[in-house]
Design a protein. Structure first.
Length: 204
């Protein structure tokens, strides 16, 4: 197949906040998403990550929680039990939003690292909607992307060791939408970064 006939990818930065290490016994309490950009045969095009966004807070699905995990986000489980969106409704709305913002392209979930957020997101999508707009493998791990471009072992990678120009100027707040937007900046910078031995402009 010609490269120019490959369907473009729409990269969507996703961050979730949860009250434990795995979905099912524990709950995803919030989800934030921001469109970071698109890639086709002609290259990568960045988007304004504040323009196309999604955010929901969800009702917990179980009584169990890890106090340390819950403290990271500062979300109130008691409030969410009353005010949080029903997971089936929130995930259906999320799937619809993904379909709208990625029209004409294949959506790709992006995270740093993607493993934790993808585990919760995929479980919730299948459990409450029966399908994933990203398929079963449509995710990109920014940590792996950086390790590959930098020529480093994956386990040697941490944000604190990355060149400062790759990082977002935004604060990491542990609010799912804030962090999704922040991670979108990181993805854009990584996508256009030529690597440590390369040259070329990198957006701030």
């Amino acid at each position: 197949m010609s490269a120019r006939r490959v369907k473009p990818s729409c990269y969507i930065s996703v961050d979730i906040e949860a009250d434990g290490p795995i979905p099912g016994p524990y709950s995803m309490l919030s989800i934030g998403a921001a469109v970071a950009g698109t890639q086709d045969a002609d290259g990568f095009t960045a988007a304004d990550p504040e323009k196309l966004t999604f955010y929901r807070e969800l009702r917990p699905v179980s009584a169990d929680f890890d106090p340390e995990a819950l403290a990271v986000s500062g979300l109130d489980r008691a409030r969410l039990a009353v005010e949080g969106a029903e997971p089936a409704l929130a995930l259906a709305e999320f799937s619809d939003w993904v379909g709208e913002v990625s029209a004409g392209a294949q959506p790709v979930m992006c995270g740093y690292p993607a493993s934790y957020d993808w585990t919760f997101l995929y479980w919730y999508l299948i459990r409450f909607t029966g399908a994933s707009p990203f398929g079963h493998s449509g995710c990109l791990d920014m940590k792996t992307l950086y390790a590959t471009k930098a020529g480093l072992p994956l386990r040697a990678v941490a944000k604190r060791t990355m060149p400062a120009h790759l990082l977002s100027a935004r604060r990491h707040t542990h609010h799912a939408l804030d962090d999704a937007i922040e991670q979108a900046d990181l993805l854009v910078n990584l996508m256009v970064w030529p690597g440590p031995g390369g040259s070329g402009p990198v957006p701030g």
